[in-house]
Design a protein around this ligand. Sequence first.
Ligand code: SF4
Length: 177
Amino acid sequence: MILHICCAPCGGGCVERVKEEGGRPVLFYSNSNLNSLEEFERRLACVRQLAESQQIELVVDPYDHESWLKAVRGYENEPEQGERCRHCFRFSLTRTALFAGERKFCTTLTVSPRKRSKVIFEIGARWENFVPEDFKKRDGYRRSCEIARECGFYRQNYCGCEFSLRDNGGNDENNLS
Ligand code: SF4
């Protein structure tokens, strides 16, 4: 199972779930939506830590924010959970699908209470091998937060793009608690 991963704080519970269900996840870190390469590397460092602790493979999709900006052009002023996010999800899922080929894939994006799984599943439905796994079910978000605290993962307090940072008042401090 290819598991598209946005960050380690979301990913911990998802990796655990896939393993519980008998799968062996390969992590695909695709995060061109992030506002800077520095933030991309910062989140990647914790994803590497997660992959190593779980002894699973990690593949990194090169950062390409210019292409992402083109994909969301015209939606910059949408609020989080609006149309910009739909295009953002499509962008990352398309890259994941290209990497997955015929293998099954799903995404950690569904673990966040701030992301509507229904929208993610509507986008994913275009690929036969997309698995609509709703990681927020069965207390998935709480479990991911628990693992993040135990492992001391950097946990950002904005979604990732410059527009979400703007709407958060520019506050990008770690909010792990
Ligand atoms: S707020 Fe998050 S999901 Fe929405 S466009 Fe920005 S990075 Fe993507």
